[in-house]
Design a protein around this ligand. Sequence first.
Ligand SMILES: Cc1cc2nc3c(=O)[nH]c(=O)nc-3n(C[C@H](O)[C@H](O)[C@H](O)COP(=O)(O)O)c2cc1C
Length: 225
Amino acid sequence: MGTAKRQPWVVGVSGASGTPYAASVIRALLAAGEAVDLIVSRAARLTILDETGISFRDAHWRADLAAWLDVDEDALADVRYWSAGDFAAGPSSGSYPAKGMLVVPATTGAVAGIALGLSKDLLQRVASVTLKERRPLVVCVRETPLNGVTLKHLVELDAQGAVVLPASPGFYAGGSTVRELVDFVAGRVLDAVGVPHSLYLRWEGELGAAARQTGGAGGAPAEGE
Ligand SMILES: Cc1cc2nc3c(=O)[nH]c(=O)nc-3n(C[C@H](O)[C@H](O)[C@H](O)COP(=O)(O)O)c2cc1C
């Protein structure tokens, strides 16, 4: 007899624009009954502040995360938080029972650090551990345009077995709001690791079907236009 072992997904939030992608991924993991270990890089505090107005604090992470995700703190019972400077954190060891890691959004700096194995902070260390343990690693890079060295790092990540998943919403799922486009990217992140969700309408082989269900992504002209 014994309680089931907690096996979390590690979500690493680095300091790229696109913090709503991270919020959507975390919400959907929790909705799917998955445990989450969260790491927020130092730079990500700036993007969270810039994009949400929330000052993310280690000492008050639960309240700050609840505000960021727009959920009650009770909904975060299965979230564990690790400070980005804590190299003694559980997930920094391959013996920690993580399922894998999702870096959402990923900066070009994080892409470089993970590709080169720099481990400059806990986020990069856990990504290196995830690769060495041959666990799933999804890197949701957010930058445009991309320079040559980042392109090389992305190829390197792919060669090491990571899924390189650009934060690039598709419009075929009929999304017309920012939230729907964000959820499309988050849904593709979860698809990459086989976590079920209902974040976007899947392509079913019929042109225009999703747009008819949702009202359309094309910004249909108003009557008389
Ligand atoms: C408001 C803001 C937005 C940023 N957006 C991006 C971005 O979209 N992509 C990126 O690669 N870096 C972006 N940066 C720069 C990174 O935060 C910076 O390179 C940082 O060193 C990355 O550190 P990290 O990978 O440890 O989070 C942004 C910085 C700020 C302050």
